[in-house]
Design a protein. Sequence first.
Lengths: 674, 336
Amino acid sequence: MKATYDWIREYVPAFQGDVREMCERFTMSGTEVEYFEQVGDDWVIEFAVTSNRVDCLGVLGLARELAAATGLPFVPPRVELDETAAAADEVCSVAIEDLDLCSRYTARIIEGVVVGPSPDWMVKRLEAIGLRSINNIVDATNYALFETNQPFHAFDLDRLKDGAIVVRRARKGESIRALNDKVYELDSEMLAITDPSGPVAIAGVMGGAATEVGEGTTRVLLETAWFEPMSIRASSRRLGLASDSSFRFERGIDRGNVDRAAGRCAQLIVQVAGGRHRRGLVAAQGEVPAGRVIPFRHDQVKRITGIDIPLPRCLEIFTALDCATVVDDPARISVVPPSWRGDLEREIDLVEEVIRIHGLEALPVESGMRVMTVKEGRQRKIQGLVKNVFVAAGFHETLTTSFLAEDAARASFFAKATPITIANAMRKDENALRQSLLHSLLAVRKTNQDHGNDEVRIFEATVVYLDHDGRSIPEHLPIVGAALDGGLREARGVVERLLRGLGIEGSVFGRLDEEVSSLLDPTCATTLRLADGRVLGHLGRPDRRIAAAHDLKSLPCYLELRLDRLSELASLEPKYRPLSRYPAVKRDLAIVVDEGLLWQEVESLVRSLELADLDAVEFFDEYRGKQVGTGKKSLAFSLTYRSHERTLTGDEVDASQQRLIAVLGERFGAQIRA
Amino acid sequence: MSDIETTRATALAELEALTDARALEQWRIRYLGKKGPVQDLMGRLKDLPAEERPGYGQDVNRLKQELVAAHAARKESLGTAPAAGARIEDFSLPGLQPLIGAFHPISRMMQEMITCMQSLGFEVAEGPEIEDEFHNFNALNIPPNHPARSESDNFYLEGNRLLRSQTSTVQIRVMESRKPPLRIIAPGRVYRPDTVDASHHYMFHQIEGLAVDRDLTMKDLKATLILFFSGLFGEDVDIRLRPNFFPFTEPSAEVDVRCVFCKGRGCPTCQQKGWIEMGGCGMVDPNVFKAVGYDPEVYTGFAFGIGIERMAMRRFGIPDIRLLTENDLRFLRQFA
């Protein structure tokens, strides 16, 4: 909403401050100023009027606010009409058929106008607030609209059939050529202003071309009405047509302002276009709701704001806001807000008015809030630890959006669910909610490929959306996903380190779960399960087709883990285990076995032998090549023996080693490599 | 000349002649080592007649002390000059840095804000991003047909669900499940169909604060905000509240912080206003309390909501919001 400094000051003449001070007063009393700038010898001010203050969409409303905020008098323009003896109702009639959509419709008749250009002062103000001057009649209605916040429409009376106006719902098949020269098909949901020949205006939205005021016009019928907001909004939406009038009607203007505003507009028309008013207002009206009485308990001001604002000050504020007050009991008074303050309905609304006008600056900085302790939720805490491990391992945290193309959103490691789609998506490639971070992180890898960044290690901990069990609010599954330039063992190393950090024991890496074999390459991937068989996550090379879709030159490794299960199993207090004070004896062993044998099988066999004082079994190398022959591979590992009671001798360790070598040979046909 | 004198003379002459640390060490081993002449001279003591032993012993000891002192002096005079051809570490080479990642700037900003609020007794609460209309609108006193419900302001999903457009939804979920007194903050993602440009994104983050108790007032709200912002910006922070309108709070206000760059004089960062808008706040509307079954005659409360992106962008000097979701490592590494 734009207005000018001089225009506002015209109605608060006692205000002596400059434009900066005026803006400051508005801003600090709740009507925010977006900016102000000089235009000629005046200043244009752009206001951000809040949605509850429709009354401030006019200059008079703004002036009223300034007066209330400063305590200065508000001086609205005087409306005095010089009417002829002939009555208006001799040349026109008004009827409302659909009272539910229009509670008051008035017509004033001005005769003998001369259509022409507007005076400079009017043109200047209209142009300052961004309007174009059209002719003196139209300009007068626009000027009055922005002053009084009441929309008007001027008809050429001689072009209205019989001067007979009927306000009714449009009928199917009716149409109208509007002032913008476009034809609009109307329907029975829309309110129309009609004469016996059909619609002459789309109520509250736009007038018709056929009855437009133009050069030859001498007699004007000025429409001033109150239309039901919902109806105007519906018409405006359905027709895709909005105007300064519809903008105000659909927000609900002041019912009490109609007649006064009609007089003001009629006065302006005569002032700029000449002519005389016919006597009286031709009006039709439905039921108008009575004014509200709001009980106001003075002690609520202190209860809510914390400060003592004495009753006389509260009453002064109500008076400044044109609220009538009845003080029967000082503890509980009655307040009747003015007709333009439809936003004041409850006691709390009045408390807000009191502190708003009194000034929030009055609040001191002091507080007696009780002391409260803070607990940190387990899941949040674990998520923090997980993130720390990734960062310490050289990963950078990313922030990717939750949206993917529907097809990519199908990718899911933890549920077979259909992705949730967005009904009003802005883009086709962002029309569904993701169920995995796989595509998001591969896309980030591609971005970095394009920027020439290598050694990429990225991760993100977030929720994905699984609509799989008929809940009204779908599952928000917390996960962590990561991608790294490196092999499966590096990815696994990160996961192992993470599990160790969280004190999770007994989880097992196994062959890749069939269900995710379209996402990861089964020949270079593994599924991590808990001791009870539940899946904790998956890691490995992405499927080639997926990688190709992202146009990646080299394949990173990807891992995705369930944070809910990590959180469930984490044990956050490490337990001390005694340290042996005797030296360790270490033996390395390299065996040649079949290609298909997994290290895991060798390791569990070693452990199952329960060799005396065996402290650790550690893999350190694998080898394939001529020396071991085709179809074979060599596995090298070390065994550490250590007792808690004494120093071990080489002989006893060698005995254990011999037994191990024999069993490995028996079970796996393993040959010792020299 | 006695053997003692001969040893002294040769040893000192050789010591004088040597030129580097390695030769010095070899000299030390040769003369003062276990198989050296000094030790050998000392060994002869047991073969001497008893009356000669004390004098001889003293002489050998004197020789040993003399040579040790001469060695120390020579070591000093040689200084630290390296041996010819020895390897010299080039300290000016760059170090081999351990590989450490970084938290995203939004995470960092969020964590800072959380830490500030935790110190004031606010506990982190979380809620779903996919919401129903009751939690996103009705319970927040946003009536049916309110413009805030329009398709241009919300992402709607099938089944009367939508992506939350504000973190205030978490207030409702917490109040539904707990009784006062409570004090929570809810950080998280929110969604609005804005076209992406340098300062807008359809997905961004907010942090919501809520406190409910028997006797909370706007004074407590203001004090909490001051403590919060001084935690973030330093003790001399100056804030102001100015009236505004939000459906879920009443009275409502906008909270501004005096621009830290120009101290209020006006600069490009604050668009010449001297103040920077931080977010909305107010006293919980009685209708919100009614929606969750709290008696507004018994309880009062305050709430506030602050956008994290704008805060982080100002703090780290990030000019374009799109950098935050592009995830270029050259960007992310700046926060390590």
